[in-house]
Design a protein around this ligand. Sequence first.
Ligand code: CU
Ligand code: ZN
Length: 187
Amino acid sequence: MNLFLAWLIALVFLPLAAVSAAAQETEENPSAPLKAVAILYPTEGNNVSGTVTFTEVEDGVRVQAEIIGLTPGNHGFHVHEFGDCSAPDASSAGAHFNPTDQPHGAPDAAARHVGDMGNVEANASGAAELNYVDHNLSLTRDKLSIIGRSVVVHAKADDLKSQPAGDSGARVACGVIGLAKNNSGAN
Ligand code: CU
Ligand code: ZN
């Protein structure tokens, strides 16, 4: 093989091999459920942090949260409209995510904001866990999708009825919702 031909083959095939390898490493598994994650960071003056995952299931989206640094008791827990936690008080996250123009309500109410996930309940150590399937959230359906929005945890309980936000007080933690790798199974 002459040198030119060898060089031509390398020029054509090496980049193809590189692209193919990269695609295999990062490609989402189309048969696995979509998954998203929000890492919660404390707002100014608070110590609340945690992780929230969202996984597509047959009848909705499974929401799993582990949060620490709370005061004991219930704390409002919502998807807010903007994926922007940059303000010291997380006011940059905007209002509750409400693409269907409904009133504020409980997670199981007929009328609610899409972002209304109710409360997380912290134990005496300030740790909260939540695991439920939400029937309003979506990771895929265009205007209902929560990807690129934010999760906010509040100082007080969401009373599930006061308008427009359940009277749940200051924002103590905030995290942007992004796509997570989904090809390692349902976890
Ligand atoms: Cu909120
Ligand atoms: Zn709401």
